[in-house]
Structure formats: C-alpha cells, structure tokens
Design a protein around this ligand. Structure first.
Ligand code: ADP
Length: 498
C-alpha cells in the first residue's frame, strides 16, 4: 500500500555532497559568462539542492570553440583508437568506484528510487561505457570493388563537434547513450543537461577527465533550452546534433539545424507505446510486466507502456489484478529501502499529470485506483489505473509521462494492430502471448522501433533503440549508434596495372 504521508514529509538526508555546480569548458570548471545561476530542486520537497551556473549562448560559444580546437588540433581524434578505448575503460572503472555517491546524487536531483540508481542505472552506465570502449578500435571502412581500374576504399571518420541535448528522466543513462558513442568514434562534444537535473553529469565529467580525457573533448553546459539548448542547435561550428526530449522540442531542434548549417540530427522523442495482452497470455506475468512497463521511473519514460490493450476474454481478470498491483505499489522517499516510486520531477509535470487524471475521469474512463497527489509536500502522485479507456480519450492519445495506466479492451488481432498503430508515435510496444504465430504477426505489424515480447524495458547496451514516425530519427545503443557519429569518405585511386 502507498507509503504514509508522514514517511514522505520527513525526507531522509541524502548521503552525498554536491561538489560540482559550474560549467565544464575546456577541462575547467568555470562560472557562466553572465555570472547567473539557477536552482536545482529536490523533488521530494521542492527545496533547493544547489545553485548551478546557468550557461547561455556566450558559454556555448566558448564550449564550441574548445571542442572545435580539441577536434581540429587533437590529440583526441588522432590518438590511436586503442588509447581512446583505454580512457573510456579507465573512466568506467572510476565510475564503478563512485557508484553509491553518484547514485545518491542522481536520486536527490531526480527523485528516482535510490535502489534503482545504485543497482541498475549506475551499473548500466558503466556497462555502456565498456561497450563503447570495445567499439573504439573496431571501427573501420570497406574495400569496395568498382566497375573500372580503381582501388576504392571507405574511411569512417569522426563527424567533428557533436552537440548533445539530454532530458531529466535518466540523466546518467542519457549521458552514456550520447557521449559514449561520440567519444568512441573520436568526436568532441558539447553536452547540455536538462535544467531539472544538472548534477550527475558534472560529477561524471570530472571523472572522465581524471581518466585521461584531454581538455575540450567533452564540455558540459548546464542551463535552459531556449537559451543554451537553442544556441547549440543553431551553432555554425557544431557538426552534428543528438537530442532526446519531447516531440515538440525535437521539431524545434530540427528546424534550428536546418536554418543554420544543415547539421545532421538524431532525435529520440515521445511515445504512446501499446502493451498488448492477448487472450492466451500468462495473465499474472502480463499484469506484473505491464505494471512495470508503465510505472517504472514514476511513469517518466519515453517508451512507457501507456496504452494497455487487453483481450476481452482476459480483460476483467487483468483489470482486477492490475488495480491490486498498483494499489500495492510502495511510494515514498526514494532514499528509503524497498520504495518502488518516488516523486515526479517538478511542479510542471506534477500538475500536468493531475490534469490528465482529471480529464480521464471527465471523459468517462473508470478510475480503478489512485487519482490524486500523495502527501502534502513534494511531487508525489498515487499510482493510478483507469479501465474502460477508449481510443478517443485524451489519456489514450497524449503522452502523460506519469504513473497513470490506461487499460483498453479489444476483440481481435486485426483490430488491435490497427488501434495500436493509430498514433503519430512509434517508439516501442509490448506483446504478451504464448503463441509464436501471434507474436510474429504482431512483431512485424507494429510500426515501432522496439517490440518486447513477454518482457518490457530490456535495455542492453547492444540493443538498438529509437522511434518510427514522430518518435524520432535514428537509433541509439548498439552498432547502429556509431553511424550517428561517423562520416563515410570514399577514396578512389586509379590502378596502373589492374
Ligand atoms: P520536457 O518537456 O520533458 O522537459 P524538453 O523536450 O523540453 O522536455 O526538454 C529536453 C531537453 O531539451 C532539455 O535539456 C531542455 O532544456 C532542452 N530544450 C528545451 N527547449 C529547447 C529549445 N528550444 N532548444 C533546444 N533545446 C531545448
């Protein structure tokens, strides 16, 4: 059952200090040129954790200049790939040593359960950097047979200065998805963190320099989207952009890239991912996994399973069990052991989610459990389940980004394929069935970047992730992510004696 309000009202003191609050430019922690700072806030209470330097266009200019110099003059892109790989491996070892402090910082700034930060996210961060370190010295081109007396080869070269903009829901993992492949391929980076969660990136960026990264190769700018973020997108000396965030901001990013120097853009955007529970599914397993698919990370996942389609034959049983599971979710101070759900990130998200819950009730969905805030402090929301949701309702169409499960009934496979695909998003889907033919049919019919069959949110470093339709452009993780950070150069030489 939800944790008592008292447990939430007396927050546990985080076991970590905040040591890094400045911008990281050219290997140095520096104040913003304007001298401005902004608050980063504890979502458990709304209290200020620290004041952080607020970067804007001037700081982006400084950071891009440093990255440009580091890329053009080296040593980073000119080092042997083995040396680059070793820097990344040393970094992974250092992060592993700092696991608990880093996890505490992540939880403090973001509100996610400490156990999730310490046992899943920091270890996954380390795994991702080891994975990319492994690629660094295995990147190479092809020898291409041509119709003529030519020797033709392709060189896979780093693209240059990468501008990367990340969101607040997985601050460390988004850092790894972006910075890992960029550095492995020999690029320089200007990274902008989300204004809600600037702390963990500064901490790891410091460790990366301790591991031997040359100055200027990675620059970290804390600050806001319309100022620092837009300056990166518009910069004429940034050669590539990678963005994760909302679809509306993704459109802006693409527009700014087009209006400036046509830098290529990869986008990882929103979703309204279907979870399909077929009539032959193992219902208990489907209930638990669909619960995880939606409620994981306070429901703040771009790929959260936010439309749960359940076959009419198992619908009633599923709804009863899903309601019971949500009512049993342990919500409370994320530093407390055994807590599954902490607060939402900030008042904007908190209020937006409560508005969607209200809209669900008003448009006639059945509120099975939850439906309100929890406690009187911070941004906690009760795990909420709606049944009898129909496709036309706002809660079935918009990305809520919160702990609100919407259950919809369906009758046939053809029908659920059509309804699942009737969205402008296409990030992920879950399928629960024991029938191989049904699994294969759905896996091919769903217009999404990832289909999880009888599982959800399996995020291995090697599994590519990205969206169809308005969920994004390009893939991150896995071998495909390297393409985002490489140029292909064809070198053609006539052969004298073919
Ligand atoms: P959310 O609404 O979940 O905060 P956003 O897409 O607004 O999602 O934020 C994701 C990232 O994009 C953050 O780092 C944010 O600062 C940045 N951002 C927001 N607006 C812009 C913009 N106009 N240009 C560039 N980056 C932006």
């Amino acid at each position: 059952k939800y944790s008592t309000a008292a447990a939430i009202d007396e927050p546990i003191t985080p076991p970590v200090e905040v040591n890094y609050t400045k911008l990281l430019i050219n290997g140095q922690f520096v104040d913003a040129a304007s001298g401005k700072t902004f608050h980063t806030v504890d979502p458990r209470t709304g209290n200020v954790i620290a004041d952080v330097a607020e970067g804007d266009a001037q700081d982006v200019n400084r950071a891009v200049a440093a990255a440009r110099k580091a890329f053009d003059e080296g040593p980073w892109p000119k080092m042997t790939a083995y040396e680059r790989s070793r820097v990344l491996l040393r970094f992974a070892d250092l992060v592993e040593k700092h696991n608990d402090a880093l996890a505490a910082l992540e939880t403090w700034d973001n509100g996610k359960p400490y156990e999730q930060s310490a046992k899943v996210e920091v270890p996954m961060f380390v795994r991702l950097f080891r994975y990319y370190a492994g690629w660094a010295d295995k990147i190479h081109g092809l020898t291409v047979p041509a119709d003529g007396p030519y020797h033709v080869q392709t060189l896979h070269e780093p693209i240059g200065v990468a501008g990367q903009i990340i969101p607040w829901n997985f601050p460390l993992l988004m850092f790894a998805w972006k910075v890992g492949p960029a550095l492995a391929c020999g690029n320089a980076v200007v990274l902008k963190t989300a204004e809600q969660t600037p702390l963990s990136a500064l901490y790891v960026a410091n460790l990366l320099h301790e591991a031997g990264l040359p100055p200027g190769v990675l620059n970290v700018i804390s600050g806001f989207g319309p100022t620092a973020g837009a300056a990166i997108c518009s910069h004429m000396d940034v050669d590539k952009l990678a963005f994760t965030g909302s679809t509306s901001t993704g459109k802006l990013v693409l527009e700014l890239a087009a209006k400036s120097n046509l830098k290529p853009v990869t986008l990882e955007l929103g979703g309204k991912s279907p979870v399909i529970v077929c009539e032959d599914a193992d219902v208990d397993k489907a209930v638990e996994t669909a619960h995880f698919a939606l409620f994981f990370n306070q429901g703040q996942c771009c790929c959260s399973g936010s439309r749960t389609f359940v076959h009419e034959r198992v619908y009633d049983e599923f709804v009863e069990k899903a309601k019971a599971r949500a009512a049993n979710r342990s919500v409370g101070d994320p530093f407390k052991q055994g807590i599954e759900q902490g607060p939402q990130i900030d008042p904007e998200q908190f209020n937006k989610i409560l508005r969607y819950i209200k809209s669900g009730v008003e448009t006639g969905a059945t509120l099975e459990t939850g439906g309100d805030r929890l406690g009187s402090k911070g941004y906690y929301i009760q795990p909420t389940v709606f049944s009898n949701v129909t496709d036309d309702m706002l809660i079935a169409q918009d990305e809520i980004f919160g702990p609100v499960q919407s259950i919809l009934k369906y009758k046939s496979t053809e029908e659920v394929i059509r309804r699942a695909n009737a969205t402008s998003y296409g990030l992920a889907a879950g399928v629960f069935t024991q029938n191989l033919d049904t699994a294969n049919t759905l896996a091919r019919a769903l217009r999404v970047g990832t289909v999880w069959i009888n599982c959800y949110d399996t995020f291995d470093a090697a599994i590519p992730f990205g969206g169809y339709k308005m969920s994004g452009i390009g893939r991150e993780k896995g071998v495909y992510s390297l393409r985002n950070y490489l140029q292909v150069k064809s070198v053609v030489t006539p052969l004298k004696n073919p």
